[in-house]
Design a protein around this ligand. Sequence first.
Ligand code: GDP
Ligand code: MG
Length: 769
Amino acid sequence: MRVQSFRTFGRMIWGRYFLTAGLQSCRCRVSCHVKRHFSFLPDDVKSLRAVVNPDISKIRNIGIMAHIDAGKTTTTERMLYYSGYTRALGDVDDGDTVTDFMAQERERGITIQSAAVTFDWKSHRINLIDTPGHVDFTLEVERALRVLDGAVAVFDASAGVEAQTLTVWRQAEKHHVPCVCFLNKMDKPAANLSFSIESIRQKLKANPVLLQIPVGSGKNFTGVVDLLTNQKLIWKRRSMGDDGRTFESKPLDQSDEPELLQEVNEARAALIEQVADLDDEFAELLLTDFSDSFDAVPSVKLQEAVRRVTLARKGVPVLCGSSLKNKGVQPLLDAIIAYLPAPNERHHDLVRWYKDDLCALAFKVLHDKQRGPLVFLRIYSGTLKPQTAVHNINRNSTERMSRLLVPFADQHVEIPSMTAGNIALTVGLKQTVTGDTIVSSKASAAAAARRAQNDNGMGKKRGEHATVVLSGVEVPDPVFFCTIEPPTMAKQADLDNALNCLQREDPSLKVRVDPDSGQTVLCGMGELHIEIVHDRIRREYGIETHLGPLQVAYRETVLHEASTTDTLDRTVGERRHVVTVELAVRPVDISSTVGSCELAFTEKVGRQLPQEMKDAVENGVHSSYLQGPLLGYPLQGVSTQIQSVNMEPGTSPAMVSACVSRCMLKALKLAGGKVLEPVMSLEVTVGEEHLSSVLGDLAQRRGTVRDIQSRHDDKVLLATVPLAEMMGYSTILRTLTSGNATFSLELDSYEAMNPQDQNTLLKRMAGLL
Ligand code: GDP
Ligand code: MG
């Protein structure tokens, strides 16, 4: 009987409150011996007062970001364990961790969805959002980053900065999220502190501030010296199953090895100097009060300065450890509290505009069979209460929230209210979609909009809504698509429902119906993305679907400029519609990867055409942008100018749209088509002995090698390759290198296919038809 099963299944009334069943691990651990062990529940949920109302300065909303396999999940598990929220050490290799809770994640050992987990550490509330490391899920990362106040970047100390970390780091920068770095896997023989630090400096263009020196290396890595306090923290392995919960902490003294003493002295002096360079207040303190000996500066002063440096993003504290071997995780938790900001140290305009009114962002929707949609909210201002109505600005709808939960590690605890700065889990919000802004009422949104407008001064007249809504996450266009079929027609409605639910959780999943065949088409960010969706439909909705072949989402563009005119003259019933349109299309820059087609009216048309007709013209143009004339793929890099629109009175807008579409098609055909294909940037890390076979294979995939770098004994190959050539690459790479390579793939750009490849594609498509 495992501890977790009854904790998650325990439901009891304790005081006025319910302790409710957890979603995460209860699915797989049912037990009927539950009640016997109820007695320890209150001890588990330490103090309900603390659960309900942590002071905002004691909250840390943190994300962990990393390249896949750097040890994010293992580190998270250790944090939960040391903070007392799990009773057993989870292990990704055994597939029983708390945060990787979807069945696919357990099987694949990767983290797909960012699940929020709450725990307490030294009187602080830590809300941790586990972000996925796989490139197919960068949107999840981006979404998570928006609700975080700080982040921990976990690195494999033998690999330094890897491709995916770079992507996530850039995203963190975009959202001005302060970071702490954790060099994990210090127990590996190839772990290398100075190499990792240098790669943080070079690749991330960040300023690493080293706060610890490792004691021992490889198998003999036993702990760290804290450079702020000169304390030596040692995890002595006393037994086989030692969990690292206790460790020895004692000041460094002359009995320690001279090399270590010298290394620490030098590193500490460098640290003090570096921090003084970055923080004026600290520099002044050193020069006035400690000019005789900088070393005598109190560690709290140094710590305060490191905190200011971190919050200002002038530097990133670097710590080291080995999560798997249970070393160095507690100091990492201390660092989260010491250096990363509380919610009230981050500046969100919205907080000022909403004052004490509720404003929250739905950053994650999950579908639970029993409880319906569960919505994770980050509360920016005001208070959230269950059994109340809330207003969703994006959907312009009001709905009722039935219950409010705190997502503690492996149990969800029901609470009567929740205040600003927290992460909450709500039950009952049926219309809310990931990315929506939730407020208490329409009136409070209007009041905030007025304050926002006053703030911005009279100059800026933006739509009232735009200013008070938390801006959504940019959803990149999908690069892959395939048809999906239910087992029988009778199951189509169930499939539609499943796809609706999945789309609410994951805006990067797009679903459309092919107008010609009537088939449902899934569009996603990568092979794995579509595979996971397929898998979830089977597991969670019990529908066995059939996927068509995976196809690349090509685009089309025009070769040269062309202008044309078209007239539509049609009588419908009694009414005669006559409209003549003249327009020109021309190619523009295609470098951007997000839809980049333009529409403009000449000045005269812009002045004369009524708004209703302008909208009709716009509809006509945009519908032709969705389907290029060559193969029916969406257009990119096309600019259209409307030169004249003349119509007889009584002509309907629908007819104007139809005429514009027809005219567009004519112009696009005249302008000549060209197929654009998604080109990916690829990074492969491989042992030198396999490099030539990987290179040979890439040459056959129309790949272009940009650079080959060295990393210890490995080579890092940077290349660009058309996505169409990358299907099933993970399997092929595994075969080529006997499993000794890793790779990451990211959309680089859309590029014109060379005429030969385009011809092959056109022929293949014609053959398929
Ligand atoms: P994630 O993909 O970043 O979530 O990484 P995981 O936590 O799933 O770990 C990936 C692999 O690295 C697993 O096999 C872990 O057992 C292993 N691992 C994690 N931390 C350490 C560590 O500190 N040292 C060593 N040697 N291996 C580790
Ligand atoms: Mg993981």
